[in-house]
Design a protein around this ligand. Structure first.
Ligand SMILES: Nc1ncnc2c1ncn2[C@@H]1O[C@H](COP(=O)(O)OP(=O)(O)OP(=O)(O)O)[C@@H](O)[C@H]1O
Ligand SMILES: [Mg+2]
Length: 253
């Protein structure tokens, strides 16, 4: 397949099926997508629609059942685990839905880890600087169990940026946070994204966060069904706001 050099991702007829007992379960329907370098893209959709499954294929964490995924010119669908791991180390940052920090490592060591694995120089100094950017410079020696959910999420964000990825995948980066911390994390993502020119692919249930992205796609039962327009997002937000008002006026209790 011919890959447009402006694309960081070129996806063609991607599918994913898994075997559950005797049955084949189809998680992704044939799905095609192009993402340009530097773009910000939100993927929305209901729980179980396949967002995390798609992200893990785009990031080379998993392999498709059929179809093609190119990250730049790297044919991830043809690569073995070792080759994909090298592409990830050199190009990809990933913020997992459940953070996935290493519990036996301190915050600083967690942030340093991808840089050390990729043999990048100055891992410690970079990690310290990133922890400072996420407001955690005084918590570097703390273990994940000693940090709040929001603090762990910020460590995960710092870790995702340490190897200056070309593309950052963030799976519900503000999913478990209160609105103030969520907004802080969100600003951080877009700031860091601007500073590093990193392509951002966000999975979110938060319409306001989705609206900050240049493009929005919606997943439904394993298919990318539509590109949601800004008008529809506005409508959804105003509906959400009026429901919130109704609730705070006592109608919801
Ligand atoms: N290894 C697996 N084996 C069987 N079913 C799976 C497997 N991985 C995912 N699924 C199923 O595939 C569907 C899509 O899962 P996925 O985690 O991609 O959803 P999601 O859109 O990220 O949902 P959420 O918003 O809840 O995180 C779900 O129904 C899930 O149960
Ligand atoms: Mg998910």
């Amino acid at each position: 397949m011919k890959v447009n050099s402006e694309n960081i991702l070129t996806v063609s007829k991607l599918t994913k099926s898994v075997q559950v007992e005797a049955k084949t379960l189809s998680l992704l329907q044939p799905l095609s997508l192009e993402v340009k370098s530097g773009e910000t893209l939100a993927i929305i959709g209901s729980s179980g629609s396949g967002k995390t499954t798609l992200l893990s294929l785009l990031a080379g964490l998993d392999v498709p059942t059929s179809g093609e995924v190119y990250l730049k010119t790297h044919a991830l669908h043809q690569y073995n685990e070792e080759q994909r791991s090298e592409v990830r180390a050199n190009h990809v940052g990933f913020i997992f839905q459940q953070f996935l920090l290493v519990s036996s490592l301190t915050a600083l060591e967690n942030v340093m880890l991808p840089a050390e694995l990729a043999n990048l120089p100055d891992a410690k100094a970079k990690a310290e600087s990133l922890l400072e950017q996420v407001g955690l410079s005084n918590r570097g020696h703390h273990y994940p169990s000693q940090l709040s959910g929001g603090e762990q999420q910020r460590v995960a964000i710092a870790r995702a940026f340490i190897s200056n990825p070309d593309i950052l995948f963030a799976d519900e980066p503000t999913g478990n946070l209160d609105s103030k911390t969520g907004l802080h994390i969100e600003n951080l993502l877009f700031d860091l994204n601007e500073q590093h020119g990193t392509t951002l692919v966000l999975v979110t249930h938060d319409q306001k966060l989705a609206k900050r992205c240049e493009r929005r796609l919606e997943m439904d039962a394993g298919s990318l069904v539509e590109q949601v327009s800004s008008d529809e997002i506005k409508q959804a937000n105003s509906k959400e706001d009026s429901l919130e008002k109704e609730y705070s006026n006592g109608a919801g209790v």
